[in-house]
Design a protein around this ligand. Structure first.
Ligand code: GLP
Length: 264
């Protein structure tokens, strides 16, 4: 697990965006796993800027989003499909036919979960998966107690998650308590996982993720078992890490090794 601690949210966004931009530059037909929530918005802005500047093209890229509210169709302003169109897809040169978000209006949600898994497999799996994290350690909509081997499925949201996301819904608006989410087992199959977290509100979740124990109580702690997981957080989100100085020391050493190696 690589733990990168940066000054603030802007640095986290820039660092995270660079990983995705470099991935697509190296393999223009990459398969990206994407996330919603407020955390990735700045990162997406930087990706859009790079695309507009001609630094990188998404025309051959395929994307799979982590999750969607069950009961909202893609035109609903609170749906994650709508979010992705607004925050990213409408502003880059991606072919929307190659952007996949679980279908929140599926007539047969259970069958649509299996189909989603098949689509990911047919594209050869996810190269780099972006994750945010809930204050309770959830990834996607895999709430605490989710099986660490779970696949894409219908999940009930905790009251804490419903409350945290209620800020996006009007007072009298229908807010779903069900979702379709890629499972933890599905997420773990991505070749690389990038989790971003900012702000003090995420400090407990980041502590549990990085320093354990490995437990379904904090679903993101499963990333301790991933060979290529990068946790990128700002000082505030990292503030409860016991071994913070050690993670910073490793990063300095990595920079130094690279500089020595390349003679920079
Ligand atoms: C939602 C999403 C998650 C996201 C989390 C945190 O519940 N399903 O994918 O990581 O919220 O969101 P935020 O980045 O707004 O804190």
């Amino acid at each position: 697990m690589q733990v990168v601690i940066l000054k603030d949210a802007a640095e986290v966004a820039a660092y995270g965006a660079k990983i995705f931009i470099e991935q697509v530059k190296a393999n223009p037909a990459s398969v990206l796993g994407l996330a919603t929530g407020s955390s990735p918005i700045e990162l997406y802005k930087r990706v859009i800027d790079a695309n507009k500047a001609g630094e990188v093209s998404f025309k051959d890229v395929t994307t799979f989003n982590l999750d969607e509210y069950l009961g909202l169709d893609g035109d609903h302003p609170q749906s994650y499909r709508y979010f992705m169109n607004e925050q990213l897809f409408n502003h880059i040169d991606i072919d929307k036919a190659n952007t996949f978000v679980p279908d929140g209006s599926a007539k047969d949600p259970i069958a649509s979960c299996a189909e989603y898994e098949q689509k990911i497999a047919a594209k050869g799996g996810v190269d780099v998966q972006l994750l945010g994290i809930g204050t309770n350690g959830h990834i996607g909509f895999n709430e605490p107690s989710s099986s660490l081997a779970s696949r894409t499925r219908v999940k009930t949201l905790t009251q804490a998650t419903i409350d945290a996301n209620s800020r996006f819904f009007a007072e009298d608006e229908f807010q779903p308590n069900l979702s379709i989410t890629m499972g933890i087992g599905s997420i773990m199959e991505a070749k690389k996982v990038v989790l971003i977290a900012t702000g003090e509100g995420k400090a407990d979740a980041i502590k549990d993720t990085v320093e354990g124990p490995l437990s379904a109580r904090c679903p993101a702690s499963v990333l301790q078992m991933h060979e290529k997981a990068i946790i990128i957080c700002d000082e505030a989100a990292a503030s409860k890490l016991e071994d913070k100085e050690f993670y910073q020391y490793i990063e300095q050493q990595n920079d130094k090794l690279l500089a020595d190696y390349y003679g920079a």
